[in-house]
Design a protein around this ligand. Structure first.
Ligand code: PLP
Ligand code: TYF
Length: 397
């Protein structure tokens, strides 16, 4: 029977890692998959995580199942981290959270919930977006539409085009917004633009779904939540998909969460019951370890301070590499203006390089970036930046 099964194409981003590994060039540079790397090119385990794991290993007394919605302490800590303890969503108790395997798990549970409980709506994705978004929501059976996002001419946000497209959304349609550090462009709305997005969502009665995978990687934990807090007006409904893969470096532990904010506490309870129904028929209940680590760190003053410092270090290193790259590009005699890289935020930068130039970087220099021209800035270091600039100069011709 299996002879009828064709080979599926590899993941457009993760597939590049395999090609990189197979490349024998000792000077190869991997700027593809969005994983943080330190100055030495290593993706470290955070010290706060190691310490939380040490404590957990000592105190763990059972491996029994978690509840379907995960660890209650974790779920509450996730909401507090996003909104702050005093926010109206918290005091009105209109938010419910389920622990999920990664941000990807949160997106899929959200997709299944929408297909089951609120059918018939279109889901709007930014153009471009993370390539797994269309995969996940198509698998959940949702009809997809796109809104303009990237202004190629100015390497900025096409805010006019975005608002124009979303004005065409029907009441009840779902709008996927990247909470911060947009993947792949690195371009986020300003606080004023977030306000206008909040107004539009409210006026048109749209359902915002925030993908929040990089809190703390842009400008800071609360700075990166300005969009989320602007959207979360009194009574406004929303969905938020959190990931702790990047900001806790817990990639392979699969730690995420889906938070649903309803109009009232009772409505939130009904939504929670539906989310649990979706989870039961999917993976039954989540794994505990990574979420226990996050919960432990967030609840302990000493570990939390340690985490915030380690997160700030990752953020500052990335933003420092943005500055260095822009300076080095100018210094090596490239005339084209790349200063926009410094204004982008998060792990990624849309470099403006086209597919042909990306292919040439790979074949002639063993420099790996995503076909869209997306560079993982977190993969740049003092040790490889000169060779990267040499490559960019070469492919620009
Ligand atoms: N959403 C965006 C925008 C991402 O970049 C990622 C990256 O992996 C995810 C979701 C998924 O996160 P996770 O690795 O926790 O599943
Ligand atoms: O965009 C990235 O590089 C990260 C990692 O299917 C990733 O979000 C990439 C592709 C994928 C899962 C995670």
């Amino acid at each position: 029977m299996f002879q009828q099964v064709p080979t599926a194409p590899p993941d457009s981003i993760l597939g590049l890692n395999e090609a990189f590994r197979a490349d024998p060039n000792p000077e190869k540079i991997n700027l593809s998959v969005g994983v943080y790397k330190d100055e030495q090119g290593v993706t470290p385990v955070l010290k706060c995580v190691k310490e939380a794991e040490r404590r957990l290993l000592e105190s763990e007394s059972t491996k029994s199942y978690l509840p379907i919605d995960g660890r209650p302490g974790y779920d509450k800590a996730v909401r507090e981290l996003m909104f702050g303890a005093d926010h109206e969503v918290m005091t009105a108790e209109r938010g419910v959270t389920v622990q999920t395997p990664g941000g990807t798990g949160a997106l899929r549970v959200a997709g299944d919930f929408l297909a089951d409980s609120l059918p018939g709506r279109s889901l709007w994705l930014s153009q471009p977006t993370w390539p797994n978004h269309p995969n996940i929501f198509t698998a959940a059976g949702l009809p997809l539409k796109t809104y303009a996002y990237f202004d190629k001419a100015n390497n900025g946000l096409d805010f006019g085009g975005m608002m124009e497209a979303l004005k065409g959304a029907a009441k009840g349609d779902v709008v996927v917004l990247h909470g911060c550090c947009h993947n792949p462009t690195g371009i986020d709305p300003t606080p004023q633009q977030w306000k206008a997005i909040g107004d539009l969502v409210q006026e048109k009665e749209l359902l915002p779904l925030l993908d929040f995978a990089y809190q703390g990687f842009g400008d800071g934990l609360s700075e990166d939540a300005v969009g989320l807090r602007e959207i979360a007006r009194p009574g406004q409904e929303m969905l938020i998909c959190s990931s702790f893969s990047k900001n806790f470096g817990l990639y392979n532990e699969r730690v995420g969460a889906l938070t649903a904010v309803a109009g009232t506490k009772d409505e939130a309870g009904a939504v929670l019951s539906q989310l649990k129904k979706v989870i039961r028929s999917n993976y039954s209940n989540p794994p505990t370890h990574g979420a226990a680590v996050v919960e432990t760190v967030l609840a302990d003053a000493e570990l939390r301070t340690m985490w915030e410092e380690e997160l700030a270090h990752m953020r500052n290193r990335i933003n420092g590499m943005r500055k260095l790259l822009v300076e080095k590009i100018a210094a090596c005699g490239i005339e084209q203006d790349f200063s926009f890289i410094q204004d982008q935020r998060g792990m990624f930068s849309f470099s403006g390089l086209n597919q042909m130039q990306v292919d040439q970087l790979r074949s002639e220099m063993s420099i790996y970036i995503v076909g869209s021209g997306r560079i993982n800035v977190a993969g740049i270091s003092e040790a490889n930046v000169d060779r990267l600039c040499e490559g960019i100069k070469k492919v620009l011709g």
